[in-house]
Design a binder for this molecule. Sequence first.
Ligand code: 0CH
Ligand code: SF4
Length: 313
Amino acid sequence: MSQTDQPEILLAQPRGFCAGVDRAINIVNEALSRFGKPIYVRHEIVHNKYVVDELRTKGAVFVEELAEVPRGGIVVFSAHGVSQEVRRDAEARGLQVYDATCPLVTKVHLEVVKMCKEGFTVLMIGHAGHPEVEGTMGQVGEGIILIEDLEDVAKLNLPADEKVAFVTQTTLSVDETKEIVDALTKKFPDISKPRKQDICYATQNRQDAVKFMAPQVDLVIVVGSKASSNSNRLRELSEKLGVPSYMVDAPEQLEEKWFEGKKRIGLTAGASAPESLAQSIVARIQEFGPRQIRSLPGIVEDVTFSLPKNLTN
Ligand code: 0CH
Ligand code: SF4
């Protein structure tokens, strides 16, 4: 039997935690060890149930509204970032803030502020209701418009002499975003683009790894929770490449029938999914039938972000 005929589980490289997620979780852990519980966290620190449950057992309290945090309490802002209004609200409530916004999301925030100051109308490509979109659009009071899809581009009705720029959510589909940017560029040939694309290195690398893996497998399992934008994009990408795909965030969610007649299984994990969870899912797949595990070649990421200054002093 040749290597590729063997029943196998292929592991995408890279997969799982990115530098921003690693930093965000470290911030909550560091705050817990310095100040003790409770440490309030506004929104899920990252969109992963396993991560959130684990931090909760250590004393993190997850809230959606700052009104749920007692006056003077300690609060961590999630990796997805917050609007200026949320920052003002935290200050007004006398909260002690530790900011886990990913530096690559902050980079987009700064772009928005700069472009608006320079008189541009900013088009934000992203998904309505996602906390990163709310945070990024909320860097400015006005002058920013959400673009979700090609239809929104077609509907845009701006004066011909309008100065237009765009930014994007960091965790979008690289290919779909390119289509939207192409349509925008057609409509506004002078549109100002970010110096470096806003879709982050981790999103790009995990999608590239799925593109490499998908043609080699019969099924792709994505480790990720429902709310995770970047994990959903990995599942969609596999399907677009013609390979059936399921997203799970616990081994019990795997269904034996998914694996019937499937020889090679590909496994990847979103940027918020821990490797320990991925490994427990691999172990469960092996229970459905003996399969060798093979790590695919791919980019080895060496990005790290330091903790905020007010947690390192
Ligand atoms: O992919 P999204 O943005 O939904 O978030 P996540 O699953 O928590 O992954 C971390 C990304 C955080 C902000 O870029
Ligand atoms: Fe930062 Fe990208 Fe990770 Fe989001 S997915 S936390 S932008 S590195």
